[in-house]
Design a protein around this ligand. Structure first.
Ligand code: ZN
Length: 98
């Protein structure tokens, strides 16, 4: 009888351990705990891996409104358009990179 109780406690402990990793996932602690508890901790780990947070970072680029070309460095005027005889100032844009 004590073995069953120990196995059950171990099962709950394992579910809590998995749920405590929720900060790396889109799911919260309660959601991960319930998934681990009712659908076995193996399913909980699977959810943890598949819902892993993606890391984004921003990069500033400079877009020309005339030719729609993106530049990574800042120019006072679009180098593409200057060759064609137009003076176009670049617009700073924020781009999301994954
Ligand atoms: Zn241009």
């Amino acid at each position: 009888m004590i073995e069953i109780l120990l196995a059950f406690l171990l099962y709950i402990a394992l579910s809590i351990v998995i749920a405590s990793r929720a900060k790396n996932s889109h799911l919260d602690f309660a959601q991960l705990f319930l998934i681990s508890f009712f659908l076995t901790p193996i399913t909980g780990v699977t959810f943890l891996i598949t819902t892993k947070k993606r890391f984004y970072y921003y990069v500033y680029q400079y877009r020309c409104p005339r030719c729609n070309y993106y530049f990574t460095e800042k120019h006072s005027n679009c180098p593409q358009c200057i060759e064609e005889g137009y003076k176009v100032s670049l617009k700073k844009v924020k781009k999301i990179m994954t």
